[in-house]
Design a protein around this ligand. Structure first.
Ligand code: PGA
Length: 250
């Protein structure tokens, strides 16, 4: 049995006071939740506020990006060691917005993922095709390539620190969710690709999240699909009531 994860990606939203207000509202709403892991990824500036406010709760804190070097002359970057020091336990790697707007390549995703697991944190590695790739019939090929190049050089013990998020770019922030059938097909393909690189047991244990316009009213249908092990939620994770409703999808 794979333990579900519901993760919120705040992107470039919320100051420290807004972060405090969010957790003050969220924590009582999810206090009794046992059925899934809960993760929130605030911007760097709000990480320590989020870590302080979730101490002693079951909410884990994630960063949204990282650099693969430990330290050095890389202006504007933050390392795994720094994120770990700030109290983060997860890092989102290779989000499509990083690939699209900041030139992040499969090669960088691979380096970042290895640095995250080496540093003892968990990596939520994002893959997903654009609309033109889907329309051209390339969706499966694109995602297979992203899985192979982003995750293909890990070793056995690292695998339990990897979570994959399938996020079709055409479904992010557009209100257009992939149908549960499309999501299930892509998730099954990701698991199959993982089994081709590593062992079947590692692929069976891999948690694959769906992301792209997940809302309180579509989460339970998505979660019924066998290969969907959770969600990476953008817009709907900014509001405590809607994020709590998604967490309580059962
Ligand atoms: P969305 O974003 O839920 O707002 O579509 C998802 C994501 O980018 O992780």
């Amino acid at each position: 049995m794979r333990r579900p994860i519901i993760a919120g990606n705040w992107k470039m939203f919320k100051t420290r006071p807004e972060t405090s207000a969010f957790f003050t509202a969220l924590i009582p709403l999810v206090r009794d939740v046992q059925h899934c892991d809960i993760v929130v990824a605030p911007p760097f500036t709000a990480l320590s506020t989020a870590v302080d406010q979730t101490e002693g709760t079951r909410v884990a804190i994630s960063a949204q990006n990282v650099h693969w070097e430990d330290q050095g002359a890389f202006t504007g970057e933050v390392s795994v060691r720094m994120l770990s020091d700030a109290g983060c336990t997860y890092v989102i790697v290779g989000h499509s917005e990083r690939r699209q707007y900041f030139g992040e390549t499969d090669d960088w995703v691979e380096k970042k993922t290895r640095a995250v697991v080496k540093g003892g944190l968990k990596a939520i590695v994002c893959v997903g095709e654009t609309l033109s790739e889907r329309d051209a019939g390339q969706a499966l090929d694109v995602v297979r390539r992203q899985v192979r190049s982003g995750l293909g050089r890990l070793t056995g013990p690292d695998l339990s620190h990897i979570i994959v998020a399938y996020e079709p770019v055409w479904a992010i922030g557009t209100g257009r969710t992939a149908t549960p059938e499309i999501a299930a097909e892509m998730h099954a393909e990701i698991r199959k690709t993982f089994a081709e690189i590593y062992k079947a047991a590692a692929a069976d244990a891999l948690r694959i999240l769906y992301g792209g316009s997940v809302k309180p009213d579509n989460i339970s249908t998505l979660m019924k699909k066998e290969d969907i092990d959770g969600a990476l939620v953008g817009g709907a994770s900014l509001d405590p009531a809607s994020f709590a409703a998604i967490i309580k999808y059962i």
